[in-house]
Design a binder for this molecule. Structure first.
Ligand code: DX5
Ligand code: ZN
Length: 226
């Protein structure tokens, strides 16, 4: 399946985070999310160093790739993404989103990701100044605004994300850029539409979608918001 259309096509893209999936039956969850209308899947990769939690790596991404044609965005909450970019590319993900707070050469990693045919994302923690991502806006496909401290699902949305999305959206318009704005953490029926209203294109949601009785209805609600 191809990547997402550029911003401004009038609809939100819903990205369920598999962090809240049932890993004993991932096949069923992935099929169910695809059937219920997911636009892409969000894969939370944690190394126990950049964040105080561990999840999975390219090996599981490759297994997920075999389960679905949906675009896959690997959110790399890892200190040294430069060591693993090739592995994620080989695993078949479509996009890698790295954090601007890492010590490595962010620009170089973005360039390498692009050369490997990957879509390039950049993310920042709630406490990181938005200025940190400005040097990279002309060479990323998406900016992932964290609305919780990365590391765990099920946290409460930080409303400060709304101002950050607004500023990014304005800057994108002013500079004629076409990166997508994604938001991640605590997205639900209230916070999703609020983010959409200020310019978010991709709404990442883990616990609220995966834990719901009616995933299709909840995804439709996010997609059609506001
Ligand atoms: C947090 C992750 C999120 C998380 C979102 O570090 O980046 O993607 O899974 O989960 P919810 O939607 O439950 O906040
Ligand atoms: Zn994430």
């Amino acid at each position: 399946m191809s990547w997402l259309p550029p911003p401004g096509d009038g609809r939100a893209h819903v990205a369920p985070s598999l962090l809240s999936a049932d890993f004993t039956d991932l096949k069923t969850d992935v099929a169910d999310l695809a059937a219920a209308g997911a636009d892409l899947l969000h894969l939370d990769i944690m190394d126990g160093h950049f964040v105080p939690n561990l999840t999975f790596g390219p090996f599981i991404c490759r297994a997920i790739r075999r389960l679905t044609d949906l675009p896959l965005d690997a959110h790399l909450m890892i200190s040294e993404p430069e060591k693993y970019i090739e592995d994620f590319a080989r695993a078949g993900v479509d996009a890698v989103t790295i954090h601007v707070e890492i010590e490595g050469d962010v620009g170089e990693i973005l360039d390498r990701s692009g050369a490997l045919g990957l879509k390039r994302g950049i993310s920042l923690r709630p406490g990181t100044s938005l200025d940190a991502v400005y040097p990279y806006l002309d060479r990323v496909d998406l900016v992932l605004v964290m609305s919780v401290e990365p590391g765990f699902g099920g946290q409460v949305f930080d409303p400060g994300a709304l101002a950050r999305i607004t500023t990014l959206s304005e800057r994108r318009g002013d500079q004629g850029l076409d990166f997508l704005i994604s938001v991640d953490g605590g997205i639900n029926a209230e916070t999703g539409p609020a983010c959409r209203e200020v310019g978010a294109d991709i709404l990442v949601s883990g616990s609220w979608i995966l834990g719901s009785e009616d995933r299709r209805a909840n995804m439709a609600l996010l997609r059609n918001a506001p």
